[in-house]
Design a protein around this ligand. Structure first.
Ligand code: NAP
Length: 484
């Protein structure tokens, strides 16, 4: 696909009330593989954001009253259109976010699937009819859409984080205002174009792009017409948004940061564990909330596992995501590269041993490239273990007994996902059950699936996205007491 021609025809202004605004385009979008500006998009003011909420509020009643089958068929049509335009979506994501094209294509499949899944769920929203325990009255429950939703998404999965929110919201009968991350606005604008093309009515989905996230979303959160906030991003920003959401007692879904433990049991098939580790660590350049952050490995297999992982990661090709053969793209920006390299340097200063990698990949180009890195003998108190790395760095910690591994794994404020590798299924299940996380990959380095409930516990968030649970986040239960 010709990237320049694609960039030239992409929408670059807000999509509000079914129309593209004529706002000035002044927010620069960078290509992290070159460090240069790709293009500019519109930079919303608080007034523009409020216009998006006005449109969502105006469309709410008629969208809620639209037949579930019609809502589902619009989502299904959008799913098909995204698949038809997969090359465009993938190229845009690689350009603005940096992930290798093959991974971007994977995200198109994954992201589109949320629309197909929730197209099917739109017609399966049920209530119940029951006889009261003491007889006489009847207890009737029905589900109603929560109301207008503000969705705030991060830059790391520019398509899927949007569809994972818009899919269930639309299926449930809610209208949406979407504010994507300022680093990756283009994918969301392309998504708005698809929703427009397939005939989603005006006002049902509104997208604004901005460099002033707090100034634009704050007034929306303070407006009593907004009824729900769904956020994916850092725990720090999530905490502040929860505080703001408390003013109007908003329904909230929070998909926040992670610090995933990857536990290798003594019974592990080491080759399988290394493959799982490479996937869990390197997917999305390590810039995933599900990325394995700490490798907690039994002493009996630690040497073999560490050497295997270092060989696997050290052999990966780092470069521009658009280039054939690239397995590891650039980090999102210069700050991210500086932060991740500082974590490695500090760990080494704390006594860790650099097994492979360790710094900027100078030969990969001018962008924010980092060499895949494996650290051994890491101090459990090091920042690289305590904090979410969000980059291609794998710190290995060694344990002697399984209870110690569980304690190490749970010694974090986060609780999104954990990974367990072991061929002794009884032991592996025991560890999986003991992990204080919302999700576990058991002998599996990837768990994300639109048909499964994604989400965390502790500081990793509230609520679930995907699965049968996902639509519930956008529904209220109404009870009607019926006297006979
Ligand atoms: P972030 O800085 O929290 O930003 C996320 C979104 O919030 C962006 O749209 C950002 O806009 C916006 N934002 C920032 N400050 C805000 C404020 N004061 N008020 C309103 N909105 C604000 O996170 P990120 O760096 O983009 O993403 C990385 C984080 O997301 C990681 O911690 C990762 O674990 C987490 N994540 C979690 C999941 C999950 O499902 N649990 C999935 C993916 C990512 P700007 O771009 O304008 O700053």
């Amino acid at each position: 696909m010709d990237a320049d021609a694609l960039l030239a025809r992409l929408p670059r202004t807000h999509y509000i009330d079914g129309a593209w605004t004529d706002d000035e385009t002044s927010l620069a979008v960078e290509n992290p593989a070159t460090g240069r500006t790709l293009t500019h998009v519109a930079d919303a003011s608080p007034e523009v954001a409020m216009a998006a909420l006005d449109a969502a509020v105006a469309a709410q009643a008629s969208w809620a009253a639209t037949e579930p089958r019609v809502r589902g068929e619009l989502l299904r049509a959008a799913y098909e259109r995204i698949v038809e335009r997969a090359d465009e979506f993938a190229t845009v994501m690689t350009l603005e976010m940096g992930k290798p094209l093959a991974e971007a294509r994977g995200e198109v499949t994954y992201g589109a699937e949320f629309f197909r899944w929730f197209a099917e769920e739109a017609v399966r929203v049920h209530g119940r009819y029951a006889v009261a325990p003491l007889g006489g009255s009847r207890l009737v429950t029905t589900k109603q859409p929560v109301g207008p939703v503000l969705a705030i998404t991060p830059w790391n999965f520019p398509l899927a984080m949007g569809t994972r929110k818009i899919g269930p919201a639309l299926a449930a009968g809610c209208t949406v205002v979407l504010k994507p991350a300022s680093q990756t606005p283009l994918t969301s604008l392309l998504l708005a174009e698809v929703l427009h093309e397939v005939g989603v009515p005006a006002g049902v989905v509104n997208v604004f792009t901005t460099s002033r996230s707090g100034a634009t979303t704050g007034p929306l959160l303070a407006d009593p017409r907004l009824r729900k906030l769904t956020f994916t991003g850092s725990t720090e920003v999530g905490r502040s948004l929860l505080e703001q959401a408390s003013a109007n007692i908003l329904r909230t879904s929070m998909e926040l940061g992670g610090n995933a433990p990857f536990v290798v049991l003594p019974s592990a098939d080491v080759g399988r564990a290394v493959e799982g580790a490479a996937l869990a660590k390197m997917r999305n350049i390590g810039e995933a909330c599900t990325s394995a952050n700490r490798f907690i490995v039994h002493r009996s297999v630690a040497e073999e596992f560490t050497a295997g992982l270092a060989a696997r990661l050290g052999a990966m090709t780092v470069g521009d995501g658009l280039a054939a053969g690239t397995e590891v793209g650039p980090l999102i920006n210069a700050d991210a590269l500086a932060n991740v390299t500082a974590l490695v340097e500090e760990a080494v200063a704390d006594g860790a041993r650099l097994v492979t990698g360790g710094g900027r990949a100078d030969d990969a180009g001018e962008g924010h490239f980092m060499r895949p890195t494996v650290l051994a003998d890491v101090d459990p108190g090091s920042r690289v273990v305590r904090e979410e790395i969000f980059g291609p760095v794998a710190p290995v910690l060694v344990y002697d007994d399984v209870d110690e591994a569980i304690a190490l794994a749970n010694d974090t404020e986060f609780g999104l996902i954990g990974y367990v590798f072991g061929e002794n299924l009884g032991e592996a299940v025991r560890v999986a059950e003991a992990l204080q996380t919302g999700m576990v990959g058991l002998n599996s380095g990837v768990v994300s699936n639109p048909a499964a409930p994604f989400g965390g516990v502790k500081a990793s968030g509230l609520g679930r996205e995907g699965g049968f649970e996902g639509i519930e986040e956008y529904l209220e239960t109404k009870y009607i007491g019926l006297s006979l």
